[in-house]
Design a protein around this ligand. Structure first.
Ligand SMILES: Nc1ncnc2c1ncn2[C@@H]1O[C@H](COP(=O)(O)OP(=O)(O)OP(=O)(O)O)[C@@H](O)[C@H]1O
Length: 610
């Protein structure tokens, strides 16, 4: 394997490790948190700034209402204490009521606009993630559990959306209230306000403590939720095996252990976040006592120009500061959780595709030319090399076959041809053109593939066939279905869905759908990996004659265990543990009396029952 590729793979592995583990932890806002927030802002919020300004203005109005309320209350109290003019008192009451109606209106409008903005951000975030996922290499999906992907696309984006919508708007409102009311109180009585600030270090200490704990627990909870979702997915899709092996209890025990773990982590998170409120309450109690004591002293002492109305209003102001301050502190605890989630979401972008169009890649190439593998080196994992310098030529327009024991690398060769993986050394060319210099889409469009692991979607058989060529006419689909001997089943089932992963179909029916897809696609190169292994002999015979017509004149590569089915191939390649041990026509290989001949004799014995 080339150093460069090895490095790329290692980097990819690291990226995966990074994206499933908590990346970096730090109290309050670490550098990573700030980077994530900047990323989120620039990608999903900045272009919605005008709506954010609207929200901010409405929130400012809410804050100003409180400040005006305080000012009016102080005036009202003075009217009562001093002038005693009832008309002035009525005016104060009417204005105060009006102010709160205005605040109420803003409280109605802010969430509506905020939710609109956040829903749009969630939608954009999901769309981006879907696009990014689609661009990633197959290898990523083979090593990443689907639960983790689901978790990011569904739950985590939703959590972030909800948070930036309503909770963030509320937090800004609370912050604005705290700032405006505090400003007013500082202006009114800076000495008294200054004494209240003594509680700040205590609050900051609590926040730090909580931040650290919450991030830690939230990281574990996200991991546990991903594991749990993955467990459900595995159990549900593997229910046939679960039932046959009578493992229902084991599986339910495993899933229940998952939910217990989630419950415990959630309780731990709540416990930590719950520390915030009482510490703010304690601080506020301390401040209230200070204000009552200090303020009372100021009223009594002639050296201060402070009256009873001023102190009562100040105390009311402090209540109005602490109330949103409590909510802000609670928000802060939740924010720490969201920072962890944001980090996970962003982690998906650490993954980058390694298989993509090279600069200057072209779409045109001789699809009928020879397919050459020159000195191919490849391994799925660095410690287990599969191909250590493989040379092969599949002649254009002819039928070649690859045979060999299970695990010898037959399917991998087909995957390398269509660049599901890239070779780590050597070169593959089609018609003399290196496949790395071709547009990936153009390359893949030149193949019709009947793979070993057939993927059937929960749709009708008809739609499953049409999947490989959505623009195909009705007649074309029927023709392909007839050739693959699946048309009768389509007629019998109509448009009925075939169950998740085609669960309502037999293995042979699935295989016939895959063959019908190959007929419909009718690409110039055919890759048939155990294409007829699940069919009974009579059906296989019938399909075979149709397949012969399909493959005529096309470059065809067949992988098969049943050697009798490849006897007619123009050339047969025999693989053993990733190495080409012999090749030639059926008769030549038999005459050579090597591995092929031994395999053939063994199979013949088996069939003859001797
Ligand atoms: N996606 C993968 N990730 C890691 N290892 C893999 C992957 N696919 C295959 N392998 C390994 O690579 C080797 C070759 O597998 P491959 O599927 O090419 O064999 P094969 O000759 O087609 O086998 P079979 O006849 O059983 O289909 C095997 O040892 C297998 O375990």
């Amino acid at each position: 394997m080339s150093d460069q590729t090895e490095q790329t793979r290692d980097e990819a592995k690291q990226a995966e490790a990074v994206s499933t583990e908590p990346r970096k932890r730090g109290p309050l806002f670490s550098e990573a948190d700030r980077a994530n927030l900047r990323w989120f802002w620039s990608r999903y919020l900045r272009h919605r700034a005008k709506w954010l300004v609207v929200i901010l203005l409405m929130i400012l109005v809410q804050g100003l209402v409180y400040q005006q309320f305080l000012s009016m209350t102080e005036n009202g109290l003075r009217v009562i204490f001093e002038s005693g003019a009832v008309r002035d008192l009525v005016v104060v009451c009417v204005v105060v009521f009006g102010l709160f109606v205005l605040r109420g209106l803003m409280s109605f409008l802010v969430p509506i606009v905020a939710i609109r903005v956040s829903n749009a951000a969630v939608h954009d975030m999901r769309s981006d993630m879907i696009d990014h996922l689609m661009s990633l290499d197959l290898a990523y999906f083979e090593r990443t559990r689907s639960g983790q992907i689901l978790q990011r696309l569904v739950a985590q984006t939703q959590a972030i959306g909800g948070f930036v919508g309503i909770q963030l708007a509320n937090a800004v409102r609370d912050l604005v209230t705290v700032v405006i009311v505090s400003g007013y109180l500082i202006w009114k009585n800076p000495i008294l306000f200054g004494t209240a600030v003594v509680v700040l270090p205590f609050i900051i200490w609590v926040m730090n403590y909580v931040s650290d704990r919450v991030k830690d627990t939230q990281g574990q909870a996200e991991q546990a939720r991903g594991d749990y979702m993955n467990g459900i997915e595995e159990t549900v899709s593997g229910m046939r095996t679960v039932k046959i092996a009578s493992q229902e209890e084991v599986e339910s025990g495993r899933l229940k252990a998952g939910t217990r773990h989630l419950r415990d982590l959630s309780a731990k998170l709540q416990r930590t976040q719950a520390l915030v409120m009482p510490s703010i309450d304690l601080s506020s109690a301390f401040v209230y006592v200070l204000v009552i004591g200090g303020g009372g002293y100021m009223v009594l002492s002639p050296q201060f120009d402070v009256d009873g109305a001023g102190i009562i209003t100040f105390l009311l102001g402090m209540v109005m500061v602490f109330d949103p301050a409590r909510l802000l502190a609670q928000f802060f605890g939740q924010l720490q959780s969201q920072l962890v989630i944001l980090d996970r979401i962003r982690g998906i972008y650490d993954e980058t595709p390694s298989i993509h169009d090279a600069p200057g890649a072209v779409s045109e190439f001789d699809t009928a030319g020879d397919i050459e593998l020159k000195n191919i080196r490849f391994s799925y994992s660095p410690d287990q090399p599969l191909f250590r310098g493989l040379d092969m030529t599949f002649e254009g327009g002819k039928m070649s076959a690859i045979v060999g024991a299970t695990g010898s690398g037959k399917t991998t060769i087909l995957s390398l041809l269509s660049r599901l993986y890239d070779v780590q050394g050597g070169q593959i060319t089609i018609g003399g053109k290196p496949i790395r210099d071709l547009k990936v889409r153009a390359l893949r469009e030149s193949f019709s593939v009947v793979a070993q692991d057939i993927v059937i979607f929960n749709n009708s058989i008809w739609e499953n066939i049409r999947y490989v060529k959505p623009e195909a006419s009705e007649e074309e689909v029927w023709r392909a279905a007839e050739a693959a001997e699946i048309a009768d089943l389509i007629r019998a089932r109509g448009g009925a869905e075939v169950g998740p992963k085609g669960a309502q179909l037999s293995g042979g029916q699935k295989q016939r759908i895959a063959i019908a897809r190959a007929f419909l696609r009718d690409a110039p190169i055919l890759l048939l990996d155990e294409a007829t292994s699940a069919l009974d002999q009579a059906t296989e015979e019938r399909i075979k004659s149709a397949l012969d017509r399909l493959t005529k004149g096309k470059t065809t590569i067949v992988v098969a265990h049943r050697l009798s089915s490849v006897a007619e191939a123009d050339r047969i390649f025999v693989l053993e543990a990733g190495a080409l041990v012999e090749d030639g026509r059926h008769e030549e290989l038999l005459a050579r009396d090597g591995l092929y001949a031994r395999l053939y004799q063994a199979q013949k014995k088996g069939y003859d029952g001797r």
